[in-house]
Ligand binder design. Structure first.
Ligand SMILES: Cc1ncc(C[n+]2csc(CCOP(=O)(O)OP(=O)(O)O)c2C)c(N)n1
Ligand SMILES: [Mg+2]
Length: 222
């Protein structure tokens, strides 16, 4: 059986390697990033900008390693996962947390695919009707990336892999998610450059602390 110190050492080595890989990816991706935000930059910006007592509710899939390494790096944010395998409950969970903890900033960090599984109208309508403002950070990679990844992993010899034809995995045309928030009295912004991110996050925080739901649609690397 592995001893506890051995397990801790192995875990530390693993997390450090994820972080090192993330930093290297940021370095490489940043040089090409003209119209997207590198996802590690998004989580770093959230880490630096959110107040220490912010509560994060996530419904994130393929970017979980980056989220753990860069969002939860050195701050004591409370974390809830908005799902337990089945997508569609991130917004509802975040609303529940905000109702229970009205004084705190509650951030719902959600994939663009996960967004489509959520009862968006009901959730945004509830936020509006009952005055439950959320900061929603949409991690918009314009696809169900994990599905393509898993298809290639488990069915490498499939017709889809051979023909690089992943029906339904791309979310196109890309909807105007900000307008969805606006339809229910909220605000929002789309961000696709790293240097626009932190000022937009500040505006988002001001909006939610003054009682308004804010959707930050962040175009991240595919
Ligand atoms: C109800 C339900 N249907 C299907 C799935 C399978 N599933 C897991 S992750 C995922 C895609 C999520 O897309 P997104 O939130 O954009 O994350 P990404 O894969 O792009 O990281 C799907 C469809 C699921 N988990 N739950
Ligand atoms: Mg996605």
């Amino acid at each position: 059986m592995t001893s506890r110190p051995e397990a801790a050492e192995r875990w530390a080595a693993y997390t450090q390697s994820v972080r090192a890989k993330g930093i290297e990816e940021v370095r490489q991706l940043s040089s090409q990033a003209t119209d997207f935000v590198v996802v590690t930059d998004l989580f770093s910006a959230l880490h630096d900008t959110l107040p220490d007592d912010a509560i994060c509710v996530d419904e994130i899939t393929s970017q979980v390693p980056e989220m753990i390494q860069f969002l939860y790096a050195r701050k004591p944010f409370e974390q809830y996962r908005g799902w337990a395998g089945a997508l569609g409950i991130g917004l509802g969970t975040a609303l529940g947390v905000k109702l229970a903890r009205p004084e705190e900033v509650v951030v719902c960090i959600i994939g663009d695919g996960a967004w489509h599984y959520n009862p968006v109208s009901a959730a945004l309508g509830f936020a509006q009707e009952y005055g439950v403002p959320l900061l929603i950070v949409l991690c918009n990679n314009r696809q169900y990336a994990s599905q393509t990844r898993n298809l290639l992993k488990y069915y490498p010899d499939s017709a889809a892999a051979r023909e690089q034809n992943f029906v339904g995995n791309v979310i196109e045309p890309n909807p105007d998610y900000v307008k969805q928030a606006e339809a229910y009295g909220g605000m929002g912004e789309r961000v696709q450059k790293s240097d626009e991110l932190r000022p937009a996050l500040q505006r988002a925080l001001e909006a939610v602390t003054s009682g308004q739901t804010f959707l930050l649609d962040v175009i991240v690397n595919p």
